[in-house]
Design a binder for this molecule. Structure first.
Ligand SMILES: [Zn+2]
Ligand SMILES: [Zn+2]
Length: 132
């Protein structure tokens, strides 16, 4: 146990294993529950703006949750998205999953089994995406 700076508000607090002070942890948990419920109900149409508008969750809280990977929002403002599956990505154009598949398809990695080879041969995930 020691004094630690809250990751969210920057104020020092006595940490009990969390990076957030009690006040922020509560605010973020409440925001998370509201936003998650909304996203669950509205699926792909729940983009960043509409979640903010309809849940009343603080924008800073929502951004924090996305950054922490606790929420996935289909249309994050200013965020890059995976060109294959549309998941938000922090850098580049592909998420790690699709990047791996793409590299397999390009033959940068040796497929583990002959079945893998059959599955990834031919059209690359990116080419398939463009046809959509
Ligand atoms: Zn705090
Ligand atoms: Zn992806």
């Amino acid at each position: 146990m020691g004094l630690q700076e809250c990751e969210f508000c920057g104020l020092p607090f006595h940490s009990v294993g969390s990076n957030l002070c009690g006040k922020c942890a509560q605010q973020i948990d409440e925001g998370f529950l509201k936003a998650r419920k909304y996203i669950y109900k509205h699926g792909d149409r729940a983009d960043f703006g509409s979640v903010l508008e309809n849940t009343g969750v603080d924008e800073k809280v929502l951004r924090y949750l996305i950054r922490q990977g606790r929420l996935e929002i289909s249309d994050e403002v200013g965020g890059a998205r995976c060109r294959v599956c549309g998941k938000p990505v922090t850098n580049g154009v592909l998420c790690t999953d699709c990047m791996r598949k793409f590299q397999d398809a390009c033959g940068n990695h040796e497929p583990q089994t002959s079945e893998d080879k059959k599955r990834t041969a031919g059209i690359s995930p990116l080419a398939r995406f463009r046809e959509k």
